[in-house]
Design a protein around this ligand. Structure first.
Ligand code: NAG
Ligand code: NAG
Ligand code: NAG
Ligand code: NAG
Ligand code: NAG
Length: 353
């Protein structure tokens, strides 16, 4: 009886590990998503931003979607990537769209070899993880929030609701180094930026823009969709605008300067609550493992972000240089963390019975 239950536990473990492993190997990514593979109007930030929200694993496929004869895609070494030299590529494909399977771990560099295309931003650098288990190596491109769930779906937009242990509040600079501008590539810029990030109540958005040339207004969905800022919830005209996300759900931001929003200066995000009830623990009963290092969620710290005051950020202090994307993989490693006590448990059971 008890041996049987041990067997069951180990079988569950094995299935779990197998599912996890196979899910890590087979995603397909369209480089730049809807933007495709072209000279990104905003410069190389477009593909840097795109890549920063992904975790690439050996076996994944990159689809470079481009018009044959207008672009190409070459894999090059780092030196050639840095200098945009396409004369001695590792491989090159001139027919679009091109699928490239990532066959080795480590850094991979891609450029377009057409004159000046790489120089002005048609270049992609990624870090590929070994397909074997776990998040061992430190990736150069920061890993995203979208950990592949055991059900292999290609990276959903936001919302991986389950593995969100509470964490200290984070500060996000909207658009990273692009800042808050009329994005030359259109709305895709901020869509791409937001994708894969896990915004939580208590986090802070920093909108970095030129005061007088832009503003940032929080609006409702209708105002976002129609780019109508006349019933904005709040409007901030002084940069940098620091906005604390005080409520869960969708939040919408636009610039109300004429024509700025219609051509892409708009951001929509989903915010999840901080008090994640409990992580989905594996079947085993009770045993509330303490797990998360829980700095208690600042559920009601947000001082005044919304409501009224059109020039809230009267603290033009350095907007905490957290330029980078969200740190990392707490959720990825949580698999390992979760599995550990689980297997310890089964070992303990083996001793007990
Ligand atoms: C490639 O780009 C074309 C033209 O923009 C688009 O119609 C097509 O859906 C894209 N393919 C993929 C896989 O994204
Ligand atoms: C490239 O990948 C896409 C998406 O998986 C697929 O639809 C397409 O058939 C592939 N093309 C080639 C030539 O393998
Ligand atoms: C805001 O933009 C300015 C000018 O582009 C830049 O110097 C500064 O570092 C940016 N600040 C942040 C927090 O990104
Ligand atoms: C913008 O919204 C306001 C009400 O919120 C409405 O009165 C106005 O007509 C709208 N403007 C446009 C251009 O739709
Ligand atoms: C927020 O999440 C919901 C449910 O996943 C989704 O339908 C909606 O489009 C998301 N909104 C934004 C702005 O991403």
């Amino acid at each position: 009886m008890t041996r049987k239950s041990n067997m069951v536990i180990f079988m569950i473990l094995a299935v779990f590990a197998t599912a996890l492993q196979s899910s890590l190997g087979q995603n397909t990514y369209v480089v730049g998503d809807a933007l495709g593979w072209l000279v990104p109007p905003g410069g190389d930030v477009a593909y840097r931003t795109w890549a920063s929200s992904k975790t690439f694993t050996v076996g994944d496929v990159l689809v470079f979607n481009f018009t044959t004869g207008v672009h190409d895609v070459a894999e090059v070494n780092k030196a050639d990537f840095d200098s945009c030299r396409g004369t001695s590529p590792i491989s090159i494909s001139t027919n679009g769209p091109t699928n490239i399977t990532l066959r080795s771990a480590g850094e991979h560099f891609f450029i377009c070899t057409f004159t000046r295309h790489c120089d002005v931003g048609q270049k992609l650098a990624i870090n590929v993880l070994a397909s074997s288990t776990s998040p061992a190596p430190q990736p150069a491109t920061p890993p995203p929030e979208t950990t592949p769930s055991p059900v292999a779906t290609p990276a959903p937009p936001v919302a991986t609701p389950a593995p969100s242990p509470s964490r200290p509040p984070m500060t996000y600079t909207v658009g990273d180094s692009l800042g808050w501008v009329v994005p030359p590539g259109g709305p895709i810029a901020y869509e791409t930026w937001a994708r894969g990030k896990n915004f939580m109540v208590g986090d802070i958005l920093v909108f970095n823009f030129t005061s007088g040339a832009h503003n940032v207004a929080e609006v409702r969905r209708a105002g976002f969709d129609s780019c109508n800022g006349s019933s904005a919830i709040t409007t901030i005209t002084t940069s940098p605008a620091r906005i604390t996300l005080s409520t869960a759900g969708e939040h919408f931001y636009i610039c109300t300067f004429p024509q700025h929003c219609p051509i892409g200066q708009k951001l929509a995000i989903n915010v999840t609550g901080t008090n994640a009830p409990t992580r989905p623990t594996p079947p085993s009963s009770s045993a509330p493992t303490p797990s998360s290092t829980a700095t208690p969620p600042p559920s009601t710290n947000s001082p005044s972000p919304s409501s009224g005051s059109p020039t809230t950020p009267s603290t033009p202090t350095t907007p905490s240089p957290v330029t980078g994307p969200p740190p990392p993989d707490s959720s990825a490693s949580s698999f390992g963390v979760a599995a550990l006590p689980f297997s310890l448990l089964s070992i303990a059971l083996a001793f007990l019975y």
